[in-house]
Design a protein around this ligand. Structure first.
Ligand code: XMP
Length: 511
């Protein structure tokens, strides 16, 4: 285990991912984690992340000197590097100019363990306004840049390493090499943490934990809940019951696809309950136009339906959640206490389901790792690589009131759009894409007749983290074909538009 200690930096998850890419298992913990707890975990190495503060100020995040005296190798990055120097007797000061962006790194000590395989000059990514003006006793400078006298330094006797730049960012050409040198050569990690061993270990752990208990899982058909369900099924088979609520706001044929994989004719040993709650949802959504109100209704209704099913099943021992690592970290808890991701991100957990404990088998994994586990478990690729689909589903892709007729229109248009995107070979390269039904009707002409129908809006965005996004540049011929097919094949639509808004100021979804 390597511990990534979070000082509030924007790249802390990236640091953890890079370490795991070296097949070394790591976890993120808050800088507030007591020294005793760290000792108990007995990590092979500790990485201190960057952060937005100045370490010499009174109430900035800090850590006691003892952290550096445990005999465990420590690597400080950016703020972490400055903090290490500050605490151990070096000096950190405000620089005249903020160094931000790419810099050329010049190696002074090529024999440094961390710099193995790093050429004399390379590009690194800098982002700091403070700098290390004097290194702590026992350290020596190992690299510098034009504007930064100490780009990295180390106390090789004590295995303490400080790096001012961000090796975790891909713009740092040899950043991954340096991180890998740290975890594999300095910390002596074996580098054998892999998804197949994860699957084996989880199955064993689940078997032990569950014993002959009963387990209930809310299956949405999304990647996380599907992978969690299959993992449970492999471990405990029919002791698992999955409830799949079809709220009538799924994409075309999606309900049947989920049933085909998980249902009685599917591939897994489990009890599958499909609840067809379409009518119930449409009834609740009648006349509701405000987006947040729709979200709330859809979320709450899910909880009610799920509770009703759970009641029929009776008391269970465990409830499965598809929580993944970013859900845990984003709550700012870094694994210290349980966070529960609700199925719809609104509405919360059912209060009236009788269970003793929650199982979150994917709690330690990043999304790409969940996908790897999915493939490892033999889940069909189209499920594993499914693009994100919001919990409230088409409910927030139909602007204004939702009804069965509108759901059918948007399902059909979206299916055509997805099919053509796949035909053009773009389905894995675009971040998220879908059709939405605007609430606008306009005049058109078809044959010799005047029409007065809805407009479909097509959306496609490229994004890294879904926090910001840009409209994807889909070739005109593809858009043109989608337009012509939608107009011809989908009743009730006479206009197709392509949304070119980026996020911000737009959001990815329309509501
Ligand atoms: P926005 O529209 O906020 O979307 O730019 C960002 C990402 O979040 C998804 N999204 C949701 N997911 N419940 C969800 O589970 C929701 O209410 C919801 N709203 C948006 C959206 O699909 C995109 O991936």
């Amino acid at each position: 285990l390597v511990i990534v200690m979070d000082f509030g930096g924007q790249y802390n998850q990236l640091v953890a991912r890079r370490v795991r890419e070296c097949n070394v298992y790591c976890e993120i913990y808050s800088y507030k984690t007591p020294l005793e707890k760290i000792k108990e975990m007995n990590p092979k190495g500790i990485i201190l992340t960057g952060g937005p503060n100045s370490c010499y100020l009174e109430d900035s995040p800090t850590y006691s000197k003892e952290l550096f005296e445990l005999g465990i190798p420590v690597l400080g990055l950016c703020y972490g590097a400055q903090l290490m120097q500050h605490v151990l007797g070096g000096k950190v000061e405000r620089a005249d100019v903020r160094e931000y962006g790419k810099s050329i790194l010049l190696v002074d000590q090529p024999q440094s363990k961390i710099l193995k395989g790093v050429p004399e000059t390379s590009t690194v990514w800098m982002s700091h306004f403070d700098y290390i003006s004097k290194i702590a006793p026992g350290f020596e400078i190992t690299t510098h840049t034009k504007d930064c006298p100490v780009a990295s330094c180390e106390d090789k006797e004590k295995d303490l390493y400080a790096i001012q730049f961000h090796p975790e960012v891909l713009h740092s050409e040899y950043g991954k090499t340096m991180l890998s040198n740290f975890v594999l050569d300095v910390c002596n990690c074996a580098g054998d943490w892999r998804m197949d061993s994860f699957v084996e270990e989880q199955i064993k752990a689940i078997k032990e934990k569950v014993g002959d208990g009963k387990v209930l899982c809310a299956l949405s058909g999304g990647v996380d809940s599907s992978v969690a369900a299959v993992l449970l099924s492999k471990a405990i088979g029919n002791q698992l019951t999955c409830v799949f609520v079809d709220h009538g706001l799924l994409r075309k044929n999606e309900g049947d696809e989920v049933e085909a994989v998980f249902g009685p004719d599917g591939n897994y040993e489990l009890n599958f309950i499909r609840v067809n709650a379409q009518e119930r949802y449409y009834e609740k959504l009648k006349g509701v136009t405000e987006p947040e109100a729709k979200r709330k209704i859809i979320g709450e209704e899910f909880i009610r339906v799920f509770e009703e099913e759970a009641k029929k099943i009776g008391a269970v021992d465990f409830l499965v959640q598809g929580t993944i690592y970013p859900d845990v970290v984003e709550s700012g808890l870094g694994g210290e206490s349980a966070v529960i991701k609700s199925h719809h991100n609104v509405g919360g957990l059912p209060d009236h389901v009788d269970f003793k404990e929650i199982i979150e088998p994917l709690r330690d994994l990043f999304k790409d790792e969940v996908r790897k586990v999915g493939l490892e478990l033999g889940i069909p690729e189209y499920l594993v690589f499914r693009q994100p689909f919001p919990g409230p589903g088409l409910g927030i892709r139909i602007i204004g009131e939702v009804n069965a007729e509108k759901v059918k229109i948007v399902q059909d248009a979206d299916a055509i759009y997805r099919e053509e995107i796949a035909n053009a070979g773009l389905d894995r390269s675009i971040g998220q894409y879908f059709a939405a039904l605007t609430n606008m009707r306009s005049v058109g002409v078809m044959g010799d007749e005047r029409t007065y129908d809805y407009a479909i809006a097509l959306r496609a965005v490229n994004t890294i983290d879904f926090m910001t996004a840009e409209a994807a540049e889909i070739p005109y011929e593809v858009l043109n074909k989608v337009m012509s097919r939608i107009i011809n094949e989908v009743r009730g639509v006479n206009r197709v538009m392509y949304d070119i808004t980026s996020k911000p100021p737009g959001t990815i979804e329309f509501e």
